[in-house]
Write a protein that binds this ligand. Structure first.
Ligand SMILES: Nc1nc2c(c(=O)[nH]1)N[C@H]1C(S)=C(S)[C@@H](COP(=O)(O)OP(=O)(O)OC[C@H]3O[C@@H](n4cnc5c(=O)[nH]c(N)nc54)[C@H](O)[C@@H]3O)O[C@H]1N2
Ligand SMILES: Nc1nc2c(c(=O)[nH]1)N[C@H]1C(S)=C(S)[C@@H](COP(=O)(O)OP(=O)(O)OC[C@H]3O[C@@H](n4cnc5c(=O)[nH]c(N)nc54)[C@H](O)[C@@H]3O)O[C@H]1N2
Ligand code: SF4
Ligand SMILES: [Mo]
Length: 740
């Protein structure tokens, strides 16, 4: 028996690939990119191409487990940075004993009930993020469960909320240029966008444009592979993008290179912007950005006059203290040049605002009322260390982790681990692998991979919806998130109808939102056609309801949406204005920012953790605590076949900074600041400019001392969106003295 099943890759990646899985006698034997998916075009990234090894890995969690040993890193001391055995042994770590699902569910329900009685339901904190972005297993039954329980709400800010707010402050919604249109661009700016590493399916469209004469410009403090391929690479000092964008607009406006007609018709606050940019002449901004005044002026002129020009801005720019303002300033550029009018123009940060699924029904927000009579308190996921160690009334007494590996990905790692080690904290982790976080779990539950369950898949780098079919039976006793939370709800005695909805019914619910762009797209059509482009005929979603916490006394604002022009061939969301802001215009001046004590136009303030900040005297180097090109955040970092493509445990440092510290390529170095320290191997390879160093994310327990780069990052939040500041980090580096 051999058949081919269509699935969709649910990992946290803009590409949301269509995937074909060959199944022979119940076992998956081959994975390939769907050749008929217009963005996937038949190929997968290197890590998912090796996915059979992940699904059938001997390290999978296959059964529920209860802790019988101490809470500590499972393989502490066994691995060394970049050398020696990095593999985790097969099978469950010795600190755990196998139990049944019934025993696990009973224990969780009993502990939850005791905690609720003694401390109140808000003493329970869910913790999830991007393990799967598929609609049901990403956020549906889990939210219903925690809302019904009255647990604390998690503000899911670790990735994108600064950029999201920055973008929305200008255009009101997360919509952008579709990837297919990049082939028509003549001038492509990858602005803090690691396309080869993180968004590889955009690359063929860029290549196509370049064959037709387009130029690719990369603005990034790190010389990525994309930067190496670029026509023009501009290394920028971290966190200074707002200054660069304002200086570009200084040139564009003062030299009358803007589109006066588009500006007059579709923007608000151009006069205020014109006044503001006078404070940012290129000569002045050059000091901050490290880019010469001549280059800034040339970039501005080329961008405004080469048509069509498109900006792929990704989330790199918003992982700094002023990340919201950076994104806001960049988002103004296509609004003043009018490039939104052109096929192959505009800007893409995210496309996720187009789907407008029925999140309200999927997540059951109203169940909170039943539990508490009010919205539950909100805990910011970036501040997990603070929440576990310092939060009171009530303290966090139980943590339920799924779709996330906070002991690896959360900033200020030492504080997170201090909290996770608390003997009075009851921690449940639903996982596919024995991660850094399961090392602190009381109960581990086995989770299916996307091969083993059905789901609905959106995207954030294109506009297709997909059904991901189940290809194989669940391994061992693995359960999808939906089923684990359904079972738990039953154990808690929650009788609400929504806990009985089947997977197919939930997919139907998701699609039944009234968003005109979903018209004529239902489950049956998706099952037949596998992927369907959104139907851009109507007005679009009334509000792109964010799947974040509900703020007490405030509902997600309903915005009136002006009629949308029908564009059958190419989707041009803002060709005729139609911005989803309250004014319906691109808001170059935004009064609401004043309430957040931000400049209503835009401004540049150097991050406090930067070379311009006060701590730079003690910790003079700016650290980029980056993602690995071949892992996905911390996912994949334990798999031998994927490890072969990535050399973990490196500190990339410029020759000037290395020489000043007596460091040579290959030396072990100590990287430190007030929050923590890390031993890494120096790599002097020209990836970073002087003043900047870089290290990559992986599992903590795979590195010396069971720590990863997040011992150095901080819980400081961004200017907008309360997001994380992984790229505003100061450190010092010194040669590590061998302990002989
Ligand atoms: N292979 C791989 N793919 C991934 C991921 C992964 O871990 N590995 N992660 C996924 C996730 S969760 C996300 S959110 C996306 C993110 O995808 P991207 O947004 O591309 O994310 P980053 O790698 O954080 O940042 C992109 C680039 O921004 C640069 N950068 C850092 N600071 C600044 C700055 O101040 N200014 C400018 N101009 N650039 C800066 C970084 O050096 C980096 O090369 O990728 C997804 N895809
Ligand atoms: N230093 C530094 N830290 C970072 C970043 C950075 O660039 N630098 N990036 C940040 C960003 S952008 C993000 S988005 C976050 C990501 O943070 P996370 O979302 O926590 O990302 P992952 O490390 O990929 O961990 C996801 C976990 O979910 C599990 N999982 C996958 N599918 C399922 C499922 O169906 N069910 C269950 N129960 N579990 C599943 C995986 O096995 C994996 O261990 O990390 C952030 N942390
Ligand atoms: S991780 Fe991204 S590029 Fe790789 S298969 Fe999944 S969606 Fe495609
Ligand atoms: Mo992310």
């Amino acid at each position: 028996m051999k058949n081919v099943v269509h699935a969709a890759c649910p990992h946290d990646c803009p590409d949301a690939c269509g995937v074909l899985i060959t199944v022979e006698n119940g076992r998956a034997t081959k994975i390939q990119g769907d050749p008929s998916h217009p963005i996937t075009r038949g190929f997968l990234c290197a890590k998912v191409a090796k996915y059979l090894g992940r699904v059938y890995s001997t390290e999978r969690v296959l059964y529920p487990m209860r802790r019988i040993g101490p809470k500590e890193p499972a393989s502490a001391g066994r691995n060394s940075a970049g050398e020696g055995a990095r593999a985790i042994p097969a099978g469950p770590p010795p600190a755990f004993k196998r139990i049944t699902w019934d025993e696990a569910l009973d224990e969780i329900a009993a502990r939850f009930k005791t905690i609720v009685a003694e401390f109140g339901s808000e003493a329970i904190l869910p913790y999830s993020y991007g393990g799967t972005l598929a609609v049901l297993n990403g956020s549906s039954m889990d939210r219903r469960f925690f809302h019904r329980l009255g647990a604390s709400q998690l503000d899911r800010t670790i990735c994108s909320t600064a950029g999201e707010e920055g973008l929305r402050s200008v255009i009101g919604v997360k919509l952008g240029t579709e990837p297919e249109q990049f082939r028509h661009s003549r001038y492509i700016i990858a602005w803090g966008a690691n396309i080869h590493g993180n968004n590889v399916h955009l690359w063929p469209f860029i290549e196509e444009a370049r064959r037709a004469g387009a130029k690719l410009i990369v603005i990034d403090p790190y010389r990525t592979r994309t930067a190496k391929c670029a026509d023009w690479y501009l290394p920028i000092n971290p966190g200074t993008d707002a200054a660069l964008a304002l200086a570009m607009m200084h040139v564009i406006i003062n030299e009358h290179l803007y589109d006066a007609d588009y500006v007059a018709k579709y923007t608000l606050g151009f006069e205020q912007l014109r006044d503001k940019v006078q404070e940012y002449p290129p000569e002045h901004v050059s000091k901050w950005t490290g880019i010469s005044a001549a280059d800034i002026a040339r970039l501005a002129r080329e961008y405004a006059t080469t048509r069509p020009a498109v900006i792929r801005v990704n989330y790199g720019v918003q992982r700094s203290e002023r990340g919201g303002m950076s994104t806001r300033s960049i988002a103004m550029l296509p609004c003043i040049t009018g490039s939104w009018k052109e096929i192959g123009g505009g800007l893409q940060l995210s496309t996720s605002g187009a789907y407008g699924l029925n999140r309200e029904a999927l997540e059951g927000v109203e169940l909170m009322d039943k539990a508490l009579g009010r919205p539950a308190r909100i805990v910011n996921m970036v501040e997990l260390g603070k929440a576990l160690n310092a939060l009171d009334s009530p303290p966090v007494k139980a943590l339920f982790v799924y779709n996330s590996n906070p002991a690896a990905v959360c900033p200020n790692h030492n504080e997170v681990v201090r909290g996770l080690r608390r003997s009075d904290l009851f921690t449940v982790v639903h996982e596919q692998f024995f991660t850094d976080t399961t090392d602190y779990a009381d109960i581990v539950l086995p989770a299916t991979t996307f091969f083993e369950h059905k789901d609905l898949q959106t995207g954030y780098g294109h506009y297709y919806l997909q059904i991901s079919d189940q290809a194989i039976d669940p391994l061992g006793e693995c359960r999808p998130n939906v089923e684990a939370f359904r079972a738990l709800a039953q154990r808690m005695g929650f009788e609400d109808e929504c806990f009985r909805q089947t997977v197919d019914e939930m997919i139907d619910t998701a699609l039944d939102s009234g968003n005109p762009w979903l018209e004529e797209i239902d489950r049956h059509r998706l099952e037949q056609e596998k992927h369907v482009r959104l139907n851009f005929g109507g007005a679009g979603p009334r509000s792109a309801a964010p799947s974040r916490a509900t703020v007490p006394g405030q509902t997600v604002s309903e915005q009136t949406v002006p009629p949308q022009d029908s564009q059958v061939q190419s989707f041009l969301p803002f060709a005729c204005g139609n911005f989803r802001t309250p004014s319906g215009k691109a808001e170059l001046y935004n009064e609401r920012l004043k309430m957040q004590r931000l400049d209503p136009v835009a401004d540049f303030v150097p991050p406090s953790e930067s070379r311009h900040g006060q701590h730079a005297k003690v910790f003079p180097l700016e650290l980029l605590a980056r993602k690995a090109d071949n892992f996905l955040n911390s996912t994949f970092s334990n798999l031998p076949s994927v490890q072969q493509m990535e050399e973990p445990g490196l500190l990339e440092i410029n020759a000037v900074d290395a020489r000043a510290r007596g460091i040579a390529d290959g030396d072990m170095v100590r990287v430190f600041n007030r929050r923590g320290e890390l031993l890494l191997k120096a790599r002097v390879d020209g990836a970073v400019q002087s003043g900047v160093v870089s290290a990559r994310l992986n599992w903590a327990k795979l590195t010396t001392g069971s720590r990863n780069v997040n011992v150095l990052t901080s819980e400081k939040l961004t200017d907008m969106g309360n997001s994380a500041t992984f790229y505003s980090v100061l450190v010092e580096v010194e040669l590590s003295k061998p302990a002989c």
